[in-house]
Design a protein around this ligand. Structure first.
Ligand code: WTA
Length: 627
């Protein structure tokens, strides 16, 4: 295993070129990296390939058509399975259907759908014809969906009549109708509706049924190659400002990163492993480790539509036993939830097929690591804690099974071909065991190619703090063995159950409500979800004469945030305060609010314009928690 580290160290670009050559190129590349227009990178720029061909056609041509690609488990218990040949056949029809609707290379297609095979087929069909998908997680509200459709200028929206969540129908088409109402998204020409729940939906002249389109579509479609730098997808994520940014990934480099890391970090043996990543395709983990990585590697994988607790907390373990899952990839939040339920949750389920366990999305605390290792892995699985981001496209830091001894709680080492550093405020490397800023020091194939429609924001956000280096937004430290420990975000991005949210985005949602004059949102510590949203609001005295009592008001404001952003952004607590703690120059001191939210002693208040503000907030918080 040391060999790939050494190979990458000896010749980094040659190493990446070798990984890229593992893909099928319609036109081989001769150039590896062009960083002359830094920070805009071009990888394998004179080559051409097709991502959908790489995930499907080439496996079928290699005689793997009969291999199972997807083992689908619906929440109500229905199942379906697709071989690589079947997945290819469906994708070809879907590609032809999109072409018949006039979708062209470069056009954007928004996808707002549950985790069902059709959603994956839709993604592969979109990129097959060179169009660009923008998948929006089904947990985002109609308003959030509308903003994303508008920003991407989507021509088509693909959705479903609904999806199953917690035993109920989660209405998606209705949200699309709201998002598109009053001609608010004039670029959208058609909505395609997948039938999943059979629930009643309104079908207008703009709407088409997926199954009818597929049935009517031509079965044959030849995939052509697109330039390596041709855009593959946009995925919106939260940053430090109120407006989510459309992270743009391109074809050759992204697919190289996703497939290389997937087979290496999970030690994939595609002919015998059954792989399961629990992420939704609405997040980057679902893009790289449900769709592109596993399919490019001809893996057999499980996809599950629903929540882990439906009908009971045994559901996931039942699925692992049923399909003999050998590689399992999930988030620490889920592990902590199961820990709380207790180890009985797995009893009666045979988990002996498992050999590799992955973790992603937030730091895994040693306690959760041990539980994962002992209770789920029966002490004989390797755990890989994988650090990466929507922007990095694929895993950057992780152990590689068998390469070295794993350490509970450490993300460990940069993968071969990835160069990371930890620096102080001035950009100088720091000593072991000192906290610093995590940087990526050289361009890598699956790096984001920009922020959709905003090249300046790309430079400013990621490349300006430490010139020449990509700054990820996370704090980290090396230990004395050189292993990396991730310390969490240093900016206003928070992680709630592994979902990435911006405190600024929640604050702007709150101040859009007419009762609210000012809002400050912090991520408070939470035993299960890692962080939870706590909002402090100052009311507009002129607007609240008829407002309900405070408890009801807080409830209304929580619902308001859900309406503006989605259920994943529901604050755990909203506290009405007379004033927010500010410095003399008017800056809100969130650090102090975090102290209150976490129930800690309040830090230094000497820089506050009015130091009594904090004592009244603290007093109020204490009274409320005693209620
Ligand atoms: C955090 C998710 C600690 C980190 C793939 C990063 C992690 C943000 C880990 C990106 C990990 C992700 N240990 N923290 N193994 N993985 N993070 O874009 O703060 O949803 O910046 O991508 O998640 O979140 P995103």
């Amino acid at each position: 295993m040391d060999n790939i580290y050494q190979a990458a160290e000896r010749d980094r670009l040659g190493f990446w070129a070798d990984q890229a050559r593992d893909l099928h190129w319609h036109k081989p590349f001769s150039q590896v990296l062009d960083f002359s227009d830094a920070p805009f990178a071009k990888w394998f720029a004179d080559g051409q390939l097709n991502a959908s061909y790489n995930c499907l056609d080439r496996h079928v041509l290699a005689g793997l058509g009969e291999r199972t690609a997807l083992l689908f488990e619906g929440e109500p218990g229905d199942t379906a399975s697709f071989s690589y040949s079947e997945l290819l056949a469906e994708t070809k029809r879907a590609a032809n259907a999109l072409l018949a609707l006039g979708v062209q290379a470069g056009d954007r297609v928004a996808i707002y759908a549950p985790l069902i095979p059709e959603t994956i087929i839709a993604m592969l069909a979109v990129v097959r014809i060179g169009a660009v998908h923008s998948v929006v997680f089904g947990g985002f509200s109609a308003e959030a969906l509308r903003n994303r459709i508008q920003d991407a200028g989507a021509k088509i929206v693909i959705t479903a009549d609904g999806g199953f969540r917690k035993g109920k129908v989660h209405e998606l088409k209705t949200a699309v109708d709201t998002a598109l109402a009053d001609n608010s998204c004039p670029t959208v020409e058609k909505t395609i509706v997948i039938r999943r729940t059979n629930s009643p939906v309104t079908i207008s002249t703009m709407d088409l049924w997926w199954h009818e389109l597929i049935a009517a579509a031509e079965p044959e479609h030849e995939a052509i190659g697109f330039d390596s730098e041709h855009p593959l997808f946009i995925l919106y994520t939260s940053g430090t400002t109120g407006k989510p940014k459309g992270i743009l990934h391109s074809t050759g480099g992204y697919l190289t990163g996703a497939s290389f890391t997937h087979r290496t970090v999970f030690d994939l043996r595609p002919e015998k492993d059954v792989y399961w990543c629990t992420a939704d395709v609405g997040w980057v983990t679902g893009h790289s480790y449900v769709v592109y990585g596993p399919l490019a590697n001809a893996a057999t994988q499980v996809i599950y539509e629903g929540t882990p607790d439906t009908p009971s907390f045994g559901r996931w373990w039942e699925i692992i036993a049923k399909y003999k899952v050998s590689i399992f990839y999930t988030a620490p939040t889920a592990i902590r939830t199961f820990m709380k339920v207790g180890r009985d949750v797995v009893s009666g389920h045979d988990l002996s097929s498992l050999r590799i366990l992955g973790s992603v999305g937030e730091p895994i605390n040693p306690e959760a690591w041990h539980w994962y290792h002992d209770v789920i892995g029966n002490k004989n699985c390797e755990i890989v804690d994988t650090w990466w981001q929507t922007e990095t496209g694929s895993i950057m830091i992780s152990a590689i099974p068998g390469a070295f001894k794993t350490k509970p709680g450490a993300a460990q080492r940069a993968l071969p071909g990835i160069t990371v550093g930890i620096v102080d405020e001035a950009g100088n490397p720091i000593q072991p065991d000192t906290a610093g800023y995590l940087t990526i020091d050289e361009p890598w194939p699956s790096m984001l190619r920009g922020v959709w429609g905003d090249p300046e924001r790309f430079k400013e956000t990621y490349w300006s703090k430490f010139p020449g280096k990509y700054f990820a937004g996370d704090g980290a430290r090396f230990d004395s063995d050189g292993d990396i420990w991730i310390l969490g975000r240093i900016d206003d991005v928070i992680k709630v159950s592994g979902h990435r949210l911006s405190t600024a985005e929640i604050e702007s949602a709150l101040v859009e409500h007419h009762w609210v004059a000012e809002a400050a949102v912090v991520g408070a510590k939470d035993e299960i979800t890692e962080q939870a949203i706590v909002a402090f609001v100052v009311l507009r005295q002129d607007e609240i004469a008829d407002a309900p009592i405070e408890a009801d008001m807080a409830q209304t404001l929580k619902d308001w945030v859900v309406q503006k952003i989605g259920a994943i952004a529901r604050p755990r607590q909203i506290m009405v305060v007379a004033e927010l703690p500010k410095t003399r120059s008017g800056k809100i001191m969130r650090r102090l609010l975090r102290d209150v939210a976490d129930g800690r002693a309040i830090g230094d208040v000497t820089t506050l314009a009015d130091s009594s503000v904090m004592s009244s907030i603290k007093e109020k918080m204490e009274n409320e928690s005693h209620d």
